[in-house]
Design a protein around this ligand. Structure first.
Ligand code: MN
Length: 353
């Protein structure tokens, strides 16, 4: 079989002539031969397989630059690359699903003036622990806002976490418009406040803070998270970690180079890959979650979750009905475990309004 004209090749591959010209320019799919006089592009039948692969990858939404990478790989590696791309798509879609549901909800509420369905019943406790000189953790728990910040840097410096929490506090006064937007703005403000602090005072250099915060809208909550403090959800008796640690060790776990058990005792488990103020833009994870009556949230610093195993956290959260009793018991467990770090936790129950 001889060379095919661009029209014939387009029909056979399912790509349009216009797309074929673009892919030629992008070096994604070069014609076998270009007539020097007419400039007509001619394709070999052996190019059909690659063209069809490009067409399929376009159909799953893969960007052209990534398609070029896939096409340059041997089949097994190409398969891995497509699988990795699709995992990413699904993760992004999950995040967008929550956001879309939230937006629908907010717009409906604006229309109907719907009143909140649930309220929060909460308690907060923070303790220096048995080893550290001062408590660099800060927390806030109120009717609308829950937040835990774990500050680090110059010994005794209490400011980074305090500055972050202070910058969020106005969210308690209520927000106009989207809670997610309000929370994101406030977190950006908190990042600026911390950056200002650690760059203006040489004694503060290298300092910073984690931030895990929840803003409550009555039926949904917006969650932002940077660093290695955590948010857990107790639902139907199961305890689920719903934030992802931004630590070197967690990155190794994600890459399959470390098991969760190895991570729990890793000497460098507290080394962060992200903190609130690094870089001009706060790189926080943002999420909107639907809540159910009976849900219980735990926000805590690593002084709790790196000392007390998750099964113990769960049993305390199941057994202690009162949030106040729960935070007391949780901090007590961290102290019993040696209290090597500042320990801070917020427990909040979703109750009928
Ligand atoms: Mn800590």
């Amino acid at each position: 079989m001889g060379l095919l004209t661009i029209g014939a090749f387009a029909r056979a591959s399912g790509l349009s002539p216009k797309a074929l010209r673009l892919y030629d320019e992008l070096d994604l799919l070069r014609p076998a031969f270009v007539d020097p006089v007419s400039c007509y592009r001619l394709y070999g039948p052996d190019q059909l397989e690659r063209a069809r692969l490009v067409a399929w990858l376009r159909r799953i939404g893969m960007p052209l630059a990534r398609i070029r990478t896939v096409c340059g790989l041997p089949p097994a590696a190409a398969a891995d690359e497509v699988a990795a791309y699709w995992d990413q798509v699904e993760t992004d879609t999950d995040a967008r699903r929550g956001l879309a549901a939230f937006l629908v909800d907010e717009l409906r509420r604006k229309d109907t003036g719907m009143t909140p369905t649930f309220a929060l019943r909460y308690a907060v406790r923070s303790d220096r622990g048995l080893v550290r000189e001062s408590n660099q953790d800060r927390a806030h728990a109120g009717p609308r806002l829950l937040a835990v910040a774990d500050g680090f840097g110059a010994s005794g410096a209490q400011a980074p976490a305090a500055a972050a929490i202070e910058a969020l506090r106005h969210l308690e006064d209520g927000t106009h418009g989207s809670v997610l937007g309000a929370l994101q703005d406030a977190v950006r403000g908190a990042g600026d406040a911390v950056r200002e602090l650690v760059t203006s005072d040489p004694a503060m250099a290298g300092g910073g803070t984690t931030l895990t915060a929840v803003l409550w809208s009555g039926s949904r909550l917006a969650l932002v998270h940077v660093g290695d403090s955590r948010c857990y959800l107790l639902r139907d008796g199961g305890l689920f970690q719903i934030t992802h640690d931004h630590t070197v060790v967690q990155s190794l776990v994600d890459e399959g180079r470390l098991t969760l058990d190895e991570a729990a005792s890793h000497p460098e488990r507290a080394i962060l890959v992200r903190a609130l103020h690094d870089g001009p833009e706060v790189r926080a994870d943002v999420e909107v979650r639907e809540v159910r009556a009976g849900d219980r949230y735990l926000l805590c610093s690593d002084g709790l979750h790196s000392v007390v195993p998750q099964a113990r956290l769960r049993s305390v959260l199941v057994d202690e009905a009162d949030p106040e009793a729960a935070v007391l018991a949780l901090v007590g467990l961290a102290i019993e475990g040696g209290g090597p770090d500042n320990v801070t936790c917020v427990v909040a129950d979703v109750v009928p309004a």
